[in-house]
Design a protein around this ligand. Structure first.
Ligand code: AHM
Ligand code: MG
Length: 335
């Protein structure tokens, strides 16, 4: 190995554990299980087209959306990895109606953490070789360990997250996460299967020139968003901005965090509460955005302060560079 070889995710997790003197290593073990599942899903994503993982699974998820085979495969892979160590007491997934209570030797009663996740985000891009992702969010349970886990353990506001992250299966595969002490990105070297620290201390540029929104829904958008789009397209100063929309939140978010930009999935006459899920998509991305110096709101209120009412709750999502967020929020308030 070269003397200047960057550190691996495994080494980084161990180093960071030393920052918490009373840590028991459980969170590190949990993050390691996510790292392992990400490698497995990455392998399957890369084989898509060669083996029979493309297309619909023949089932629908709780939101009535057709599940793709890879959705189901990613869900099962993460559940298996997360339940194989005695750390997690419950898991909620976008792909399953109820939360899953871990059934280890004492039904997960003594395990500290709950995980909420979207195992395969950007489902509509699976069959067409476009970037997709995994999003995860980790909380400490609030009910007493030793007692059965309750729904309230999973319905915590985003500001209680202990860690959050995503994996982007893109031109390369990158795992980005935060434990509330900055954001770091690790690129997978597929030849040896290790994630290396490639993006230390990631920061959203304060200003940006990219906006990401499904403009096909324009007719349904609230007036504030319509006016903001007009502003983005005006010829003035560094405008018009550039429009980029992959249709995979993870990919759009990652690009915007690297280059400076804003992502918007607003409410609309077709989606009264937006499309994205508060617990599986918005909270983890909002935590990462804030840790990287960006901002995330529902157009008015900080995402991380919203009190979740149900597991599959949807919420409008505005997220990105601080200066761009400030402008769109002004439009939302004014129109
Ligand atoms: P999914 O979890 O079913 O894949 O849906 C979430 C995705 C986001 O990744 C993406 O930003 C958005 O839905 C795209 O929706 P639309 O096709 O309506 O623009
Ligand atoms: Mg999703």
């Amino acid at each position: 190995m070269q003397p200047n070889t960057p550190i691996t995710l495994g080494e980084f997790i161990i180093q960071r554990q030393a920052d918490f003197p009373y840590s028991t290593g459980e969170l590190s073990s949990l993050l390691s299980s996510i790292r392992l599942a990400a490698r497995v899903v990455n392998r399957e994503v890369n084989k898509a087209g060669l083996v029979d993982v493309l297309g619909a699974s023949g089932k629908e998820n709780i939101q009535g959306e057709t599940q793709q085979k890879l959705d189901v495969l990613a869900h099962n892979t993460f559940i298996d990895a997360l339940t194989s160590r005695e750390v997690v007491c419950a898991i909620a997934s976008e792909e399953e109606e109820d939360y899953i209570v871990v059934s280890d030797k004492d039904n997960g009663k003594h395990n500290k953490y709950v995980v909420l996740m979207d195992p395969l985000d950007g489902s509509s891009n699976i069959d067409v070789n476009i970037s997709i992702g995994t999003i995860f969010s980790i909380y400490r349970r609030i009910t007493e360990p030793g007692t059965p886990v309750q729904e309230q353990d999973l319905l915590q506001p985003g500001n209680k997250q202990v860690a959050a992250g995503y994996v982007l299966y893109g031109s390369s595969t990158i795992l980005v996460y935060t434990t509330g002490n900055g954001v770091n990105g690790f690129t997978l070297d597929p030849s040896i299967g290790a994630f290396y620290l490639s993006h230390p201390n990631m920061k959203f540029p304060e200003a940006g020139t990219i906006y990401s929104i499904n403009e096909g829904n324009y007719i349904h958008f609230p007036m504030g968003v319509k006016q903001y789009l007009k502003y983005c397209q005006e010829k003035k100063g560094n405008r018009p901005y550039t429009s980029r929309y992959v249709g995979s939140l993870v990919a759009d978010f990652h690009r915007n965090m690297v280059k400076g930009g804003i992502y918007i999935y607003p409410s609309g006459t077709n989606h009264p509460n937006g499309k994205l899920r508060l617990l599986y998509e918005c909270n983890p991305m909002a935590f990462i955005a804030e840790q990287a110096g960006g901002k995330a709101t529902d157009g008015f209120t900080r995402i991380l302060d919203l009190e979740p009412k149900e597991l599959h709750q949807r919420v409008p999502f505005f997220c990105g560079s601080k200066n761009m967020m400030k402008v769109v929020e002004t439009f939302m308030k004014t129109f």
